[in-house]
Design a binder for this molecule. Structure first.
Ligand code: ZN
Length: 129
């Protein structure tokens, strides 16, 4: 089995007989992955906080409870999906076993199903800053 750099996909050759096989082709690729892990962890923390805020709003609590009907539920569902997407990405990034496939499995967030309230004069609702 030819293993590949988990970051850039460059072939690293056959695993050596002894010791832990390399997962990255270079210090640069390892460091880039460490940086992406930190960014992804920060994004996951933000997504968890948003999920909590919108779950509370859906239960009628907090400043976002004034959102139009259904909005908080849709936001909570979107953020829940975002939390699990980012958790999956973190697991991929933190798993540094050698791989026979390049780890170029970047996944975008799912599309937003709700972009906030429609603008209308009798529905003045804004996200608090
Ligand atoms: Zn590499």
């Amino acid at each position: 089995m030819i293993i590949h750099c988990r970051r850039c996909g460059q072939p690293l050759g056959e695993p050596a007989g002894t010791g832990r096989p390399a997962a990255y082709c270079s210090v640069g690729c390892r460091r880039a992955t460490e940086y992406e892990i930190r960014r992804t962890a920060t994004a996951a923390e933000h997504a968890e906080a948003e999920h909590t805020r919108w779950r509370q709003a859906a239960a009628g609590l907090g400043p976002l409870a004034a959102a139009p009907p259904g909005h908080a539920d849709r936001e909570a569902a979107w953020w829940a999906a975002e939390v699990s997407r980012l958790d999956g990405k973190l697991r991929d990034l933190l798993d540094d076993r050698p791989t026979d496939r390049p780890l170029n499995s970047f996944q975008h967030s799912p599309p937003r199903t709700c972009n906030g309230p429609r603008r209308s004069p009798d529905l003045l609702w804004t996200t608090p800053q």
